[in-house]
Design a protein around this ligand. Sequence first.
Ligand code: CO
Length: 368
Amino acid sequence: MDREGAVNRLIRESEDLPERCAVRFRTKSGVCIPMDMKGNPRIEMASIRGFFVEGYHVINHCCYTIQIKMERGREMKLNKHMLSLLVMIALLCCSLNGFAAHGEKKSEKKAILLVAFGTSVPEARKVFDRIDEQTRKAFSDVEIRWAFTSKIIRAKLAKEGKMMDSPEMALSRLMNDGYTHVAVLSLQTIPGEEFHELYQNAQLFGQMAGGFEKILVARPLLSSAKDMEIVAGTLMKNIPGRKPEDAVIFMGHGTGHHPADAIYLAMNQVFQEIDPRAFVRTVEGNLTIETLLSKLKQLKIKKVYLVPMMSVAGDHAKNDMAGDEPDSWKSILTRNGYQCESILKGTADYPEIVEVWLDHLRTVLTHF
Ligand code: CO
């Protein structure tokens, strides 16, 4: 029986088991790694008929133990059949992982780790699915995994049964799974605080003994004048219905405590060169919306288009930009006499812009 067959049988057998129990394959070292229903180590928890198969781990190629864990603290007796099936799956996984002897040179195994802030908004989640698809198309022979940096979003998703890794957890798993070369792509917009934390931790993973041979971090979206021109050009082309006399304000995130906030000033200049009625302002940081009001008046603007300059049209775009709260950009501009129209699409909605990120990934992969 192949691995998939074994797992399918496991699913059939699971009908006899009490509802909502978790299965973990636990190693001597006590580490658990999630496994999907095909027996591949995965970040997502598989839930079939209320039954979670949560993980397995193989250390030194063959040592493992199996742990069945119940939710709601109930004890469960495994029937023999079930246990033997689990052992069989573990062995199948094990054999596929190979039985290389100690000291043998590891063959090259490449992986890409896509790192985003994360989102709990389902429509924004679809954007990540498209990035995933575009990345898989571009790098078909490389393992691709995801991590979310936001703890709050990971906790929110976990409540819905969607387990997402932090970058550090994802890197541990990649190391554990024997990957030798890892390219980390920061799906952030600017090389700000989040990027620097990611970079620092990736470097530290690279220093571990017996781990990766090489780990490189690809740059975030706005990392060169060329990147900025492509992003600005694409966003400007996608404002349906805008007349030349209408203004456009792009909402960047901004940061009050990182020098990379200056990139938003540079981006504002790039837009200004394309169109004197296109501006960048930020939620946080120095370029607040208030700094633009006198300029809009001076230009005798009547209508303003509001567009997020963030990877997804998430919470900031929906509430701080286009929301009805009195302090949203829409409300502030409306109070000042401007007609507002919001476009709820993030930069990652446009394949041309995703391509800028993928180009950064390509650059890194040529160094392997
Ligand atoms: Co924010």
